[in-house]
Write a protein that binds this ligand. Sequence first.
Ligand code: NAP
Length: 295
Amino acid sequence: MAAKIISGTEVAKQIREELGREVALLKEKHNLVPGLVTILVGENPASMSYVTGKQKTAKELAFHSLQDSQPEGIPEEKILELIDRYNRDPKIHGILVQLPLPKHINETKVLYAIDPRKDVDAFHPVNVGKLMIGEADYLPCTPAGIQQLLIRSGTKIDGAEVVVLGRSNIVGKPIANMLLQKQKGANATVTICHTATRDIAAHTRRADILIVAAGKPKAVTADMVKEGAVVIDVGVNRIGMSKEGKAILCGDVDFEGVKEKAGAITPVPGGVGPMTITMLMMNTVKAAKVAAGLK
Ligand SMILES: NC(=O)c1ccc[n+]([C@@H]2O[C@H](COP(=O)([O-])OP(=O)(O)OC[C@H]3O[C@@H](n4cnc5c(N)ncnc54)[C@H](OP(=O)(O)O)[C@@H]3O)[C@@H](O)[C@H]2O)c1
């Protein structure tokens, strides 16, 4: 039987509606407006399109939103000065620096300069550390989106065998850590696979929940998936251009083959992607509430 499709587009819409209501209440009861600044350095087309998407959503949710675009050649100390200014700006609750930064700027130094209370991407080591010990204030956006997709699709996570393909700092490691915590929406047995894993299929075939963040088109095929498993495809691979000049995307999972075997699966596009920006908005609302002493 064909798998149930877990639509990130639908779940993201539902969460944005909830956030919209919360933002309206914060304004009405506390005169509090969540503030988000996105800092973009240079004119990388992919980065520009990501930042535009974030700003558009922030505006739709009636945030105080600022787009700060800086030239490619801006010196590192100027970026650090900017961050210091936003760290002290009471109207700004979330600071997002769009990555990657140009080569002459030390990304780690920039990310470490953000006040952890305004680090809505959750990349600062303080927030990474808090996640590790199960005391996260902010969850990194893509893993948070994956967890919400699992919870809101009614997937049983408690006690499940979870296998994560990929160990990046932005997806693989944090999602594995989050699902491992002895908490609601987690409490799973987690295995992480990577390029040095000896027999990847032996692991993936045991998974009740398979999360694929390998960055390799169709790395997971039907023979690697257990009957009835829930498959979350994080991959976004550009495999060509349509006649209309739009990028043709595919995930890390062979969707057509795997959907005949899995119990549920996320599509690409329309799966994890739409959740990431939504989680950024959720973190910004939380940051505003924390700053106002409401959380
Ligand atoms: N939808 C979203 O919002 C969103 C957000 C972030 C990323 N993504 C997408 O998700 C994918 C992964 O992103 P990332 O930043 O985590 O990638 P990354 O930094 O390139 O890491 C890929 C990881 O996958 C492992 N790997 C590669 N091929 C593998 C294979 N065949 N089997 C098992 N493991 C394999 C690598 O192992 P080693 O460590 O051994 O090299 C590495 O740990 C990309 O397609 C990216 O575009 C989507």
